[in-house]
Design a protein around this ligand. Structure first.
Ligand code: URA
Length: 238
């Protein structure tokens, strides 16, 4: 890292959190530069000359970048710590010295594919609105989801006063009293899939993310994970 960089970018590049999350950490007063807490967003630092601390610990760039695909079980949260004491996904990782963080969120009651990394750049790319990768979910929704409802979900429906981006729905099967299907979306709004189906009167009873782009969860067992190589990473953007 050369020259002055934005503080949130430095934290992300050092594997503390995604850039978005790093901004929250700064705002909450957990980051200091040369001993002074910084809460504003504009600051730049010179990593060669200044000392950045997160929760009192010196922040330095990670040399090895690690990419993990986990099959997140239900009941785990995707934050790094939980004030309510619920289990965190990183507790499922064994013998990994680097400080990896989840890329984006998966609700506590949602299972399936979750990327973890110490590469702030990748996290930023996967989550940034201009890049947001495709994410595919297997959904079991209550009731019979009719073809016209599927068309409406695909075209985009209004949640939070904003229309969702076009989605793709496939593998629709009636499983009385529910319907199972796959949906691929390009955004990452909070509880988006659940809220989309809720909005059309078919609450989600089970939700599992099965792919980021063309990177599929495959046969990974619940709670287990594997390391990703360059070929896997390319598939995220396909
Ligand atoms: N949509 C949801 O509703 N929940 C998730 O965890 C991910 C996408």
């Amino acid at each position: 890292m050369k020259g002055a960089v934005r503080l949130q970018k430095y934290l992300a590049d050092c594997g503390i959190a995604s850039r978005r999350k790093a901004e929250e950490l700064i705002a909450s007063g957990r980051v200091s530069v040369d001993g002074a807490v910084v809460t504003g967003m504009g600051s730049k630092i010179d990593p060669a000359r200044q000392v950045v601390r997160f929760d009192g610990e010196v922040v330095k760039p990670d040399t090895d970048l690690i990419y993990i695909l986990m099959n997140k079980p239900k009941g785990y949260v995707t934050t790094l710590s939980d004030p309510q004491g619920r289990p965190v996904v990183t507790s499922l990782l064994k013998q990994i010295d680097a400080r990896v963080f989840p890329v984006g969120r998966l609700d506590i009651d949602t299972e399936g594919a979750l990327l973890l990394t110490n590469d702030g750049g990748l996290a930023q790319k996967v989550q940034h609105p201009s890049h947001e990768t495709n994410k595919t979910y297997e959904v079991i929704a209550r009731g019979t989801v009719k073809p016209e409802t599927i068309a409406a979900l695909e075209a985009g429906i209004v949640i939070d006063g904003r229309k969702t981006w076009p989605a793709k729905i496939s593998r629709v099967r009636r499983q009385a009293p529910c319907t199972s299907l796959q949906i691929t979306i390009h955004e990452g709004r909070k509880r988006q899939v659940r809220r989309m189906f809720q909005a059309v009167g078919h609450p989600v009873v089970n939700l599992k993310r099965v792919a980021y782009g063309k990177l599929r969860l495959g046969g990974l067992k619940s709670g287990s994970y594997r390391f990703l190589g360059p070929e896997d990473l390319k598939k995220i953007y396909l």
